[in-house]
Design a protein around this ligand. Structure first.
Ligand code: 5GP
Ligand code: MG
Length: 179
């Protein structure tokens, strides 16, 4: 499909699946070489919902022993003055002393990844690395290092391959750009 409609907007084909898969494979090979030396077993933390498809593709190319958990970053409905307190849900075992690789769909302003990073630091993990399918370098204002990114895009809005527009469009194997 060259053009899709989600809610009220039209999106055009932007990055075909083969190109995405090739970029993911390259990223996995970089991760494999960085984790080739012995050490504690790393755990990939896939941030739902957006990174489900990326995670499935990426993990098929990972060659070292590793664990995988799916997590979600949720707003915490407490009595915080800011109302911005986030909570990490889905982590059953302690991550203390673990080597963690965060798997994200897209890093835009960096707010989400900064929150995620802080929550993991609070759990006294041994090491945190960040791996994202897409990075928007012109939009990124965070200070967290983005260790691995499969592709870079401009400040456009994209959907497909796990990414949604108001919950629609996650299932498409290609990436579409808003018209
Ligand atoms: P940040 O916190 O880095 O500004 O934004 C990250 C989150 O915003 C992503 O996890 C994603 O949910 C959403 N986001 C940012 N840019 C895009 C985009 O181009 N397309 C889609 N579908 N979501 C985006
Ligand atoms: Mg997301």
């Amino acid at each position: 499909m060259d053009r899709i409609k989600l809610h009220d907007r039209y999106f055009n084909l932007f990055i075909p699946n083969e190109k995405i898969e090739a970029a993911i494979r390259q990223t996995a090979m970089r991760i494999n070489s960085d984790y080739s030396e012995s050490g504690s077993v790393p755990v990939f933390l896939s941030v739902l919902n957006g990174s489900f498809m990326f995670t499935a593709s990426l993990m098929k190319y990972i060659t070292f022993p590793c664990e995988l958990s799916f997590v979600k970053l949720s707003s915490y409905c407490g009595t915080s003055s800011t109302g911005q307190v986030k909570q990490l849900i889905g982590v059953s075992d302690s991550l203390k002393g673990r080597r963690v690789i965060i798997v994200e769909d897209i890093v835009d302003s960096g707010k989400t990844i900064t929150d995620m990073y802080a929550l993991l630091q609070a759990q006294e993990v041994e090491d945190i690395k960040v791996c994202t399918l897409f990075l928007k370098p012109a939009a990124y204002k965070g200070s967290v290092r983005i260790d691995y990114h499969a592709m870079e895009i401009g400040n456009e809005f994209i959907v497909g391959f796990g990414l949604d527009y108001d919950q629609l469009g996650r299932q498409y194997p290609d990436i579409y750009i808003v018209e």
